[in-house]
Design a protein around this ligand. Structure first.
Ligand SMILES: Cc1ncc(C[n+]2csc(CCOP(=O)(O)OP(=O)(O)O)c2C)c(N)n1
Ligand SMILES: CC(=O)[C@@H](O)[C@H](O)COP(=O)(O)O
Ligand SMILES: [Mg+2]
Length: 626
């Protein structure tokens, strides 16, 4: 059945009785594909019936369907003719794990940063209204987690203000982000979920009085009044949004009925769907940490994931717990990612010193500023790319006040198969402009431990550490110190050709490159700055007299450490060419991290080749024809 679906029109043509089989086939394919490649199995198993209903009621793409965060759009892809692509899910050249405009006209939003869907919906609906396209409806599917993001409430405030704005907001409420969703909103949503008194009363009226019309009608009026009292969706209705629900999000026919009702309103309306993350695959349903939010490849029969080995996050997690025992002023903040950012063990040890603020990075940073003003040293752990959202808070709420806040950026640099908006390729550039901020990039677990301790000892301003996704790098001990920097390799000459500045984990590729260069008769010194902001003045002396300074960083090439080194040497009147090797300043297509690093020339071999060419050009500079 699934193989014959080329688009939503095929889904609409199915009889209601065929839909459970379709749902079963979808779940089988989701489990098979995610078992092979990894992926967002839990979120997608939770939206099978919801997505079928959306595509049977609305006319995508004329009615745009926007998926908040986009990690739960696999079913949408299956129902829009892309089942074959799941043989290469998230692989290079294969199906993206998120909506992709290049893949389909049914996909609109590629950004995987949460809490944006309602803003897109607001804009799209206003455009349709202004263009007189009154028959179009915008559907936005947003999770309970994404609803904890501030942008979502900014959008709701605007959407609710336009009574005839054709927006249907489907709240996919499974009670979880990775972990159980936190906060007042979550508890309000759960009150809508669990208050069975209203539903039970409904059942009673239907059962006992359904065949006594006059009584049934009288009670219908009472029922409406009761609903307003015990089914407190008043919050949404007070905002000016109609509310339909709560609906069993796994009852496809009930979802269809609710969506048809919502579409008929021709105005902003919330359909509150109750779903289960991981539905239909027991290892996911019973996975207590995150219900298989985004597992790596796993054994289909047992759900057992392939062991990851010790990752950078583990090193951070262990050291923070040790620090927490020594320093009672150290507190931790997560934005709905307690386990993925390694704070779970700290939370177990210090539950009163751990704060999960929901998907609210802006609030996280300014709350951290408050905690610091209150005499504590907050450690805020976020993925590097999500810090973008809280840049103003870091700049103006933390740095302006010179507050001792430490931000730990996980998944820094190329992350790869989570697509363009997940690569942590911005922070080494953005943070260069923050006055008084200190920025460190550890090359291995030992330096991560050292630098984290140095960071939390800083009392007169913010500190930031960043490290990549995946297995922690092997330890590389320095051959000597140079100021605050570590010298990792020195050729047997005191007048080397090249100074190789390896930023964090890129030091390993630099060491490989130095060996290859040596074989070409090009001598290179390799240094690891450890703190890349401010740069160590000793770098000036190390660079003086070289034929080339090569800076290698897992960050966009523009405005990062390479540019900072250039500026340092220029200000010191040291006339040595500086080449920055980094990520090209464009949005990268999805692929595994190693594949991308090779593609963009950040392997040891690629660096050696490029540096050889650069030195050769210096040796015989091309004289442009006069
Ligand atoms: C700004 C931002 N912060 C953090 C994340 C990481 N993240 C991806 S999905 C997710 C949980 C989303 O929960 P919910 O919206 O309830 O969707 P569900 O997975 O439950 O379907 C988080 C925190 C993100 N994508 N964007
Ligand atoms: C969608 C989202 O932002 C995350 O779930 C993302 O998939 C991060 O995955 P990892 O935690 O595996 O890096
Ligand atoms: Mg959720």
């Amino acid at each position: 059945m699934l193989g014959s679906i080329e688009g939503p029109h095929d889904v609409k043509r199915l009889a209601a009785g065929e839909l459970p089989r379709l749902a079963g086939e979808i779940r089988d394919l989701l489990v098979d594909s995610c078992a092979r490649f990894g992926g967002h199995l839990g979120p997608n198993l939770g939206v099978v019936e919801l997505t079928i209903a959306v595509h049977r009621v609305f006319d995508s793409p004329r009615d745009p369907v926007i998926w908040d965060t986009g990690h739960q759009a696999y079913v949408h892809k299956l129902l829009t003719g892309r089942a074959a692509g799941f043989d290469a899910l998230k692989q290079e050249g294969g199906l993206s794990g998120y909506p992709s405009r290049a893949e389909s006209e049914h996909d609109f939003v590629e950004n995987s940063h949460a809490s944006t869907a309602l803003s897109y919906a607001d804009g799209l609906a206003k455009a349709f209204k202004l263009r007189g396209e009154r028959d179009r409806t915008v559907v936005a599917v947003i999770g309970d987690g994404a609803l904890t993001g501030g942008m979502a409430w900014e959008a709701l405030n605007n959407i609710a203000a336009v009574k005839d704005l054709p927006v249907v907001i489907v709240v996919n409420d499974n009670g979880r982000s990775y972990s159980p969703t936190i906060g007042g909103l979550a508890s309000h949503l759960s009150s809508l979920r669990v208050d069975r008194r209203y539903e039970d009363m409904l059942e009673f009226v239907k059962d006992k009085l359904g065949n006594v019309p006059v009584l049934y009608d009288a009670l219908h009026g009472i029922k409406k009044g009761v609903k307003d009292v015990i089914a407190p969706q008043a919050m949404f209705e007070d905002l000016g949004l109609k509310y339909v629900g709560p609906i069993d999000g796994h009852d496809e026919q009930a979802m269809e009925a609710a969506l048809r009702k919502a579409r008929g309103f021709r105005g902003p309306v919330i359909v509150h769907a109750l779903t289960q993350k991981g539905r239909g695959y027991s290892p996911a349903e019973n996975h207590d940490e995150d219900q298989f939010h985004s597992p790596g490849a796993f054994d289909r029969a047992t759900g057992a994931e392939k062991p990851k080995g010790r990752i950078w996050t583990d090193v951070f997690s262990d050291e923070l717990v040790r620090l927490g025992k020594e320093r009672e002023d150290v507190v931790a903040i997560t934005a709905a990612m307690l386990h993925p950012t390694g704070l779970a063990r700290f939370a177990d040890a210090f539950p009163d010193r751990t704060y999960d603020v929901g998907i609210a990075e802006q609030h996280a940073l300014t709350s951290a500023a408050g905690l610091a003003m209150g005499g504590l040293h907050p450690v805020v752990a976020v993925y590097a790319t999500f810090l973008n959202r809280a840049f103003d808070q870091l700049l103006m709420d933390v740095a302006l006040h010179r507050l001792p806040v430490t931000v730990v950026l996980d998944r820094a640099g190329v992350t790869g198969d989570d697509g363009a908006s997940h690569n942590g390729m911005w922070d080494l550039s953005l943070l260069q402009i923050v006055p008084g901020l200190r920025l460190a990039v550890p090359r291995d677990g030992e330096r991560l431990t050292e630098l984290l301790r140095e960071a939390v000892d800083v009392t007169d301003g913010p500190t930031v550490l960043r490290f990549p996704k995946g297995p922690v790098a092997e330890a590389v001990e320095p051959v000597r110190k140079l100021g605050g920097m570590d010298v990792l390799h020195e050729p047997g000459t005191d007048d080397p050709d090249v100074l190789l500045v390896g930023v964090g984990p890129m030091a390993h590729a630099c060491l490989e490159a130095a060996t290859l260069l040596d074989a070409q008769g090009i001598t290179a010194t390799v240094v690891d700055p450890r703190w890349v902001k401010p740069l160590d003045e000793a770098l000036v002396g190390a660079a003086t007299g070289r034929r080339l300074v090569a800076v290698v960083e897992d960050n966009g090439r523009v405005g990062g450490v390479g540019d900072a080194v250039s500026r340092l040497l220029r200000d010191a009147d040291v006339d040595v060419p500086v080449r920055t090797f980094g990520i090209p300043q464009h949005f990268l297509d999805h692929a595994k991290r190693a594949v991308i690093l090779s593609r963009i020339g950040l392997t040891g071999q690629d660096l050696a080749r490029q540096i050889t060419e650069a030195v050769a050009r210096r040796a015989s500079p091309v004289v442009s024809p006069s």
